[in-house]
Design a protein around this ligand. Structure first.
Ligand code: AHR
Length: 495
């Protein structure tokens, strides 16, 4: 079947802010400890250089840390000073309780961000913290005048302030972050935000909203509206409101049926609805006050990697929050990114959950071995869009999926580097011939594909799913044509 796409070059949607390509590193399972941050045989910890090289190449423009649910138990003072003297605490998130030596603390996280070129985003503790504790962390990170906290930062090796702009005021405070009701959390937020702004008026504060994923209960659907209504005359304290969207209805991580394949892709597509609904609510409740939507956790969460929720499959015992990552997951990420681009005027940041080993990780490790997941390749295929102007794409004609939606979808952008188009052939079994027009002299293409949609990479077969060159053929004046295998994704850059 042939597909014809129209790229509306004269109607840019907006800028694809690099913050929309953020990632998330939580102290959960083997994401931070034993993923990013490892101990050598002498017991000395450091970041894994092979992981950092891969992340730098991805790229990772922004990184959220230390949680997640972990954030509302985190006391930042535990993670500063000489590593061997740091407080050992229970590391708690999502039901896991581990011994946390706090060797990966604020200085180490900032150093990680600097090494990979990421903007830091710190998630603050509301559930078991105080406004003063969070104000102190902000002062420690950002102040330049000679306070005791600044002297302490200097003594710990950082003369210059870290200049952290993004601060989350708690995480999922409707649940793991304290089981607040919306009005109580909104009032807590107001107190925290007021005090934080006194310490550093230039920070951007993130209000802890709720999901919007398929199946969100009514009371949680109302959470965001109630927060905004309660904060009413203090909405100047809110720069972003967070939403988390996990896809949980796609059946088994790799032994899925064709119906479940389409189910997961459909759920990923729904991510855009969650953003649009939040934007509509903000339009109705916040009026002219510009509040960005922070999709600061998104991705697939397979049943094998959680003890709760739908999925008639055996759960991993114990739950480690690690899961298979297949080509299907990579396509789902690409579908979410199409929506993220379309909503780039209302979405202010986004973080794929999570960066290493946990959930929809881009990099996995096993002792000395490290490999890139299909999701890594999917994101890497989107590099040309980062910072570019998003362009609308219309499907003029083409094949359909069983639910009647288009089999081939695409996102496009333009920048001084040229026009980039990322295509997804969502069809499970059929290939697609895709034609489109774009002025330019030369085209290059890369394809992400595999024989089966449930293929992934492992320590033993790290390159089973990888990028290959894609032929981009001329098709009349300013026209181009590509052939996409079933269940595949490709990016073409025309310059
Ligand atoms: O990413 C795993 C968990 O999912 C996070 O800790 C929490 O914020 C969310 O529920």
């Amino acid at each position: 079947m042939e597909t014809t796409l129209n790229i509306l070059n004269n109607a840019p949607i907006g800028t694809i802010n690099p913050r929309l390509y953020g990632h998330f590193a939580e102290h959960l399972g083997r994401c931070c400890y034993d993923g990013l941050w490892v101990k050598d045989q002498q017991g000395k910890s450091s970041f894994r250089s092979d992981v950092l090289t891969a992340l730098k190449a991805l790229p990772v423009p922004m990184l959220r840390w230390p949680g997640g649910c972990y954030a509302d138990h985190y006391h930042w003072r535990d993670g500063i000073g000489p590593q061997d003297k740091r407080t050992r605490r229970l590391g708690m998130s999502c039901g896991l309780i581990v011994e946390d030596d706090n060797s990966l603390g604020t200085h180490e996280f900032i150093s990680l961000c600097r090494q990979i070129g990421a903007e830091p985003y710190l998630a603050g503790n509301v559930g078991s913290g105080t406004p003063q504790e969070l104000c102190d962390w902000l002062e420690y990170c950002n102040a330049a005048i000679n306070t005791s906290l600044v002297q302490e930062r200097r003594a710990n090796g950082s003369d210059k302030p870290f200049g952290v702009k993004l601060w989350g005021v708690g995480n999922e405070n409707w649940g793991c972050g304290g089981n607040y009701d919306s009005v109580t959390y909104a009032k807590e937020y107001r107190r925290y935000a007021t005090m934080l702004r006194h310490v550093d008026p230039s920070v951007e504060l993130v209000l802890g909203g709720a999901g919007g994923a398929v199946g969100t209960p009514d009371w949680l659907e109302r959470w965001n509206t109630e927060l905004i209504q309660t904060l009413n005359r203090n909405l100047d304290l809110v720069d972003h409101i967070s939403i988390h969207v996990y896809w949980i209805h796609g059946g088994a991580e790799s032994a899925f049926t064709a119906e479940e394949y389409y189910g997961l892709l459909g759920e990923a597509h729904h991510t855009e609805e969650a953003i649009k609904n939040t934007a509509q609510m903000l339009h109705e409740e916040a009026g002219n006050r510009k509040i960005g939507i922070a999709l600061d956790e998104w991705g697939v969460w397979h049943p094998e990697a959680r003890p709760w929720g739908p999925g008639q499959v055996e759960r991993r015992d114990p739950i480690t929050y690690e899961q298979a990552n297949t080509l299907r997951d990579a396509l789902a990420a690409g579908i979410a990114l199409e929506g993220i681009h379309r909503q780039c005027n209302v979405l202010s940041l986004a973080n794929l959950a999570q960066i290493v080993n946990v959930l929809q990780s881009v990099v996995n490790t096993d002792s000395q071995r490290m490999w890139l997941t299909p999701t890594y390749h999917a994101l890497h295929l989107h590099t040309a869009h980062i910072g570019a102007q998003a362009l609308p794409v219309e499907v003029a004609q083409g094949d359909s999926l069983p639910d009647g939606t288009s089999a081939v979808t695409a996102t496009a952008s333009t920048s001084p580097r040229g026009m980039a188009v990322t295509f997804i052939n969502r069809h499970y079994t059929d290939q697609a011939t895709v034609r489109f027009k774009a002025a330019g002299k030369a085209a290059s293409g890369k394809l992400l594909s595999a024989d089966k949609a449930n293929m992934g990479n492992t320590a033993d077969a790290p390159n089973a799913v990888h990028l290959v060159d894609l032929a981009v053929n001329r098709d009349g004046v300013d026209g181009w044509c590509v052939e996409l295998p079933p269940h595949s994704m490709a990016t073409v850059v025309i310059a």
